[in-house]
Design a protein around this ligand. Structure first.
Ligand SMILES: NC(=O)c1ccc[n+]([C@@H]2O[C@H](COP(=O)([O-])OP(=O)(O)OC[C@H]3O[C@@H](n4cnc5c(N)ncnc54)[C@H](O)[C@@H]3O)[C@@H](O)[C@H]2O)c1
Ligand SMILES: [Zn+2]
Length: 363
């Protein structure tokens, strides 16, 4: 099975997301880009490069005029302007001009950095995404947000830049560590909560196949997730409304991430944040106790946490400092039944605290 999802941007057809379980179709997917006259730089990092860069280089050498590889040390610590500046230098040294391209080969860190360099080098050059982590395949490679961290502030500097192609080879997930993989499931489950109750049931029914990384189920799951993100992003390219729903679980999740000093992975914190948001939604009378129990169980089925020991007040003040505030009010994403999200700007401190208390203890 293979899937192609067409993404529009500002109501114009923009790029394809191709979901495959090999690199076999990558060459043909690039055929429309006149590659014979262009140079390409594969941007990758120290964990991913050793697995896939040689293969991609071989494919590219057949179709591009010249191929170079820029490899940086893996991890969020590299996602900064210093590393971007090293990338600019490599491109200048190899005489990259406006006609040349970048290819992001890696997880969300690589995609965000490569997209940002592509948005800014010579006022913008083309780039493609070859995402290799589950998080990057279902979330960060779609939607056109790019950027880097700045002086400890996450994603503080960035640009919108749409790729020319997102080519997802789900086979790359085989080398991804189990904890990273399950962390990506946090974002996958999120789509069910905010968009589609039936998708939650599908995840539950296919849990074993997903955890065992069975090909056809992985492809279907990644394709469904990309499509959820596509719909949200296409409906809201100015980020005024529906795109905020993607922050479900993230308001408390981000604050937990900081309070735990980034010991927990992003998707694990999102899982905890979703558990709190389910509780608050129920306290507001929008979902039933059965819905909460169903949601919590589903999160746990994928070995994701729904609670952790934290300082409750610290997590609350972390939320107040989060940049997702609107005119001084916290923009909270809650559920109106499983599968429907809405924005609530009127929660009281007590309501939020109840949500934090719910997740604030280790089992
Ligand atoms: N642009 C967006 O819309 C958006 C959305 C969500 C997250 N993000 C960003 O994405 C980043 C997180 O993404 P991530 O979790 O992919 O981080 P990441 O790129 O650091 O990858 C996570 C880990 O997995 C390793 N890895 C990736 N693919 C692998 C593979 N196939 N085999 C073995 N190891 C592999 C990486 O080396 C790294 O250690 C954050 O910087 C976040 O801000 C961006
Ligand atoms: Zn997230």
């Amino acid at each position: 099975m293979s899937e192609i999802i067409n993404v529009s941007w500002k109501n114009e057809p923009c790029y394809d997301i191709v979901i495959e379980n090999s690199w076999d179709k990558l060459k043909s997917c690039l055929s429309e880009f006149d590659t014979a006259k262009r140079k390409v730089c594969i941007v990758t990092e120290s964990n991913v490069g050793p697995h896939f860069a040689t293969k991609i280089r071989t494919i590219f050498e057949d179709i591009f005029d010249k191929v170079i590889i820029f490899e940086f040390p893996a991890g969020e610590k590299s996602k900064n302007l210093d590393m971007i500046s090293e990338l600019y230098e490599a491109l200048i040294k190899e005489h990259f001009d406006r006609n040349d391209m970048l290819a992001a080969l890696g997880g969300g860190v690589t995609g965000d950095m490569t997209g940002f360099a592509a948005a800014t080098y010579l006022r913008g050059i083309d780039f493609i995404q070859l995402p290799t982590s589950l998080l990057s395949q279902v979330d960060s490679s779609v939607g056109g947000k790019t950027g880097v961290d700045f002086k400890g502030y996450k994603n503080m500097v960035g640009a919108f830049k749409q790729p020319k192609l997102v080519y997802i080879n789900t086979e790359t997930l085989m080398t991804l560590g189990d904890r990273e993989f399950l962390s990506g499931m946090g974002e996958v489950i999120k789509y069910g909560f905010i968009k589609d109750r039936l998708f939650l049931d599908w995840l539950k029914d296919n849990k074993d196949a997903i955890i065992n990384k069975e090909h056809s189920v992985l492809e279907e799951m990644v394709a469904k997730s990309c499509d959820f993100k596509r719909v949200v992003v296409e409906n809201d390219f100015t980020e005024k409304g529906e795109r905020a729903h993607l922050n479900f679980g993230h308001t408390i999740g981000h604050s937990v991430e900081k309070a735990k000093n980034f010991e927990l992975l992003h998707g694990e914190c999102v899982a905890i944040g979703m558990a709190a948001a389910l509780r608050i939604s129920c306290d507001c009378g929008k979902v039933t106790e059965e819905d909460v129990a169903y949601g919590i169980n589903l999160i746990k089925e994928f070995n994701l946490p729904v609670n952790t020991s934290i300082d409750i007040e610290e997590v609350y003040s972390g939320i107040l400092n989060d940049k997702k505030m609107d005119s001084g009010k916290i923009k909270f994403i809650l559920l109106y039944g499983l599968g429907n999200a809405y924005i609530d700007k009127n929660l009281t401190k007590e309501q939020i605290m109840n949500g934090i208390v719910y997740i604030g203890n280790e089992d």
